[in-house]
Design a protein around this ligand. Structure first.
Ligand code: 5GP
Length: 188
């Protein structure tokens, strides 16, 4: 029987550059597989069902919660997001190393159920920098920005319970640190 794969959970506030880091990491590590979550949010332009998310109706999601199908799930910005337990266990038992890109409430549920999972949080260099990056998007009104900042603060507080915290001050440096963490844990 093959050895179980490793489960990495990556979180980070919006605007922290987590998406770019993950994209680079997956590009350089074909041995890592990004887990696909279920969500009740509507697809954004270009997003595909079964690729970016399993786009799910609210009643179907609620039924799956009731049936205990989720390893973790959480409500975020008025939508549900969750990771199916059968999906994760299957990939891990096939020896695949999985990455879950999820928010903090879900991440802590995973750690409780699977203590061997490795939790990594991507931090902004400073609060001022995060605010600057969020405002730089120029697409949101003040209330939305304030809400995102409040949420970011809550998540940063939560990240004290993570195994690793990586500051994204410079993409190359942060990527190298992330790779060291991944390699160390894969080879354990
Ligand atoms: P977005 O709607 O921008 O794709 O994602 C919003 C938030 O939901 C992000 O913080 C993302 O990490 C989180 N998320 C995505 N999938 C899951 C999941 O399966 N479970 C949890 N708890 N959060 C998720």
């Amino acid at each position: 029987m093959k050895e179980n794969g490793k489960l990495f959970v990556i979180s980070g506030s919006s605007g922290v550059g987590k998406g770019t880091l993950l994209k680079e990491l997956l590009y350089q590590h074909p041995d890592l597989k990004l887990s696909i979550s279920a969500t009740t949010r509507k697809p954004r332009p270009g997003e595909l069902d079964g690729v970016n998310y399993f786009f799910t109706k609210k009643e179907d999601f609620e039924l799956a919660v009731k049936n205990g199908e989720f390893l973790e799930w959480a409500e975020f910005n008025g939508n549900y997001y969750g990771t199916k337990e059968a999906y994760v266990r299957k990939k891990l038992s096939e020896g695949k190393n999985l990455i879950l890109e999820i928010e903090t409430r879900g991440a802590l549920q995973i750690k409780e159920k699977l203590p061997d999972s490795i939790l990594i949080f991507i931090l902004p260099p400073s609060y001022e920098e995060l605010e600057h990056r969020l405002r730089g998007r120029n697409t949101e009104d003040e209330e939305t920005i304030q809400n995102r900042l409040k949420e970011a603060n809550r998540e940063i507080e939560c990240s004290k319970q993570y195994d690793y915290r990586v500051v994204n001050d410079d993409i190359k440096r942060a990527l190298a640190e992330l790779e060291t963490i991944i390699n160390e844990n894969i080879n354990k």
